[in-house]
Write a protein that binds this ligand. Sequence first.
Ligand SMILES: *[C@@H]1O[C@H](CO)[C@@H](O)[C@H](O)[C@H]1NC(C)=O
Ligand SMILES: *[C@@H]1O[C@H](CO)[C@@H](O)[C@H](O)[C@H]1NC(C)=O
Ligand SMILES: *[C@@H]1O[C@H](CO)[C@@H](O)[C@H](O)[C@H]1NC(C)=O
Ligand SMILES: *[C@@H]1O[C@H](CO)[C@@H](O)[C@H](O)[C@H]1NC(C)=O
Ligand SMILES: *[C@@H]1O[C@H](CO)[C@@H](O)[C@H](O)[C@H]1NC(C)=O
Ligand SMILES: *[C@@H]1O[C@H](CO)[C@@H](O)[C@H](O)[C@H]1NC(C)=O
Length: 327
Amino acid sequence: MAVHGCFVLRRRCLAGIALRLLFLLPAGAPAQSGDSSFSKPMDNVTVRQGDNAVLKCITDTKVSRVAWLNRTTILFAGQEKWSLDPRVVLLNDTPVTEYSIRIRNVDVHDEGPYVCSILTNRKPKSSRVHLIVQVPARIVNISKDMTVNEGSNVKLVCLATGRPEPSITWRRRLMRGNKFLSEGEYIDITAITKEQSGIYECTSSNDISTPDMRTVHITVNYPPSILSARATGATRGQQGALQCEASAIPGAEFQWYREGRRILSGLNGAKIENMGKKSRLVFFNVSEEHYGNYTCVATNVMGNTNATQTLPSRLCHGILSCLWIYI
Ligand SMILES: *[C@@H]1O[C@H](CO)[C@@H](O)[C@H](O)[C@H]1NC(C)=O
Ligand SMILES: *[C@@H]1O[C@H](CO)[C@@H](O)[C@H](O)[C@H]1NC(C)=O
Ligand SMILES: *[C@@H]1O[C@H](CO)[C@@H](O)[C@H](O)[C@H]1NC(C)=O
Ligand SMILES: *[C@@H]1O[C@H](CO)[C@@H](O)[C@H](O)[C@H]1NC(C)=O
Ligand SMILES: *[C@@H]1O[C@H](CO)[C@@H](O)[C@H](O)[C@H]1NC(C)=O
Ligand SMILES: *[C@@H]1O[C@H](CO)[C@@H](O)[C@H](O)[C@H]1NC(C)=O
């Protein structure tokens, strides 16, 4: 029977045979789970990945026939080391009744049952400890920063590892604090608006260490809209200007028209100055020939819009010095 079993479960069986040879254990009393010889319920030893684990085995009296097993592999038999793993050592500075081992730099594959097998009065006893390896939560993959067009659907992903399984939370960064969005690896944003552009934050945590956090920056492209269009200082004989301000992503490019004709910078005493969201049409010396309707056109890849202003504005008529006119 035993021999037949050995063909089926070779590794387990080899360890069993080895133990029996070592201790002259009676057949049928292997140190395996389900064994009635367990003195007490399994203890758990929980350590963090990279830390050291001490697995304790206390005997009632000094015994020489003791062994430590990792699953079914013998690590130590008495004082003799069977394991080739340099991280595993037998603790020496312990009472004679203690037979404990230390595993340095524990990794996830070390997790599992370890058995201390004791032979006293030809009666085998074993105590099992379950080594649990914890790994801090860590984000391993997250969507890259992206630029999308207004109205498109966006899917963000944040993948994390850790033991126990970390939880994942998505938040959006706002001027004041963060807004919770959802739990889980994925977040779907349907028909994104320009107000939804900004920084999205993924947090992964499992209480083993401080949560891991990473961000995705979403840029939303949208067509220009004119924020303001106004004339400043349109008095004859002085400098005057028309100004147009547009909100757009990517930033708008401006063109100026007078009654349908494009105005080019540097001609007819006019100059176009562009600064970020604003464009100014400057007249160095306003004269009556400049009076008329002007249109600024703001354009980007998403579209264009325009606004028309009159120079001089009606409010300015007859007033000698009018510096700020809003139309
Ligand atoms: C050991 O941990 C398991 C879960 O991994 C748990 O079910 C069991 O109750 C723990 N045993 C002890 C003795 O703490
Ligand atoms: C325990 O056994 C597992 C599976 O064979 C192995 O990967 C791991 O390195 C072993 N750990 C120790 C400390 O022996
Ligand atoms: C990260 O996730 C993306 C999308 O799921 C996938 O295409 C990519 O291969 C992943 N990268 C890594 C390093 O896992
Ligand atoms: C502005 O133009 C008028 C006539 O067009 C001219 O008389 C005046 O000298 C100019 N002023 C300046 C500051 O160039
Ligand atoms: C400017 O536009 C207004 C309204 O569209 C119009 O009444 C006015 O005649 C225009 N002025 C010029 C100089 O074309
Ligand atoms: C200004 O916008 C109107 C309406 O969108 C459009 O019909 C017109 O052609 C535009 N004008 C210019 C100069 O782009």
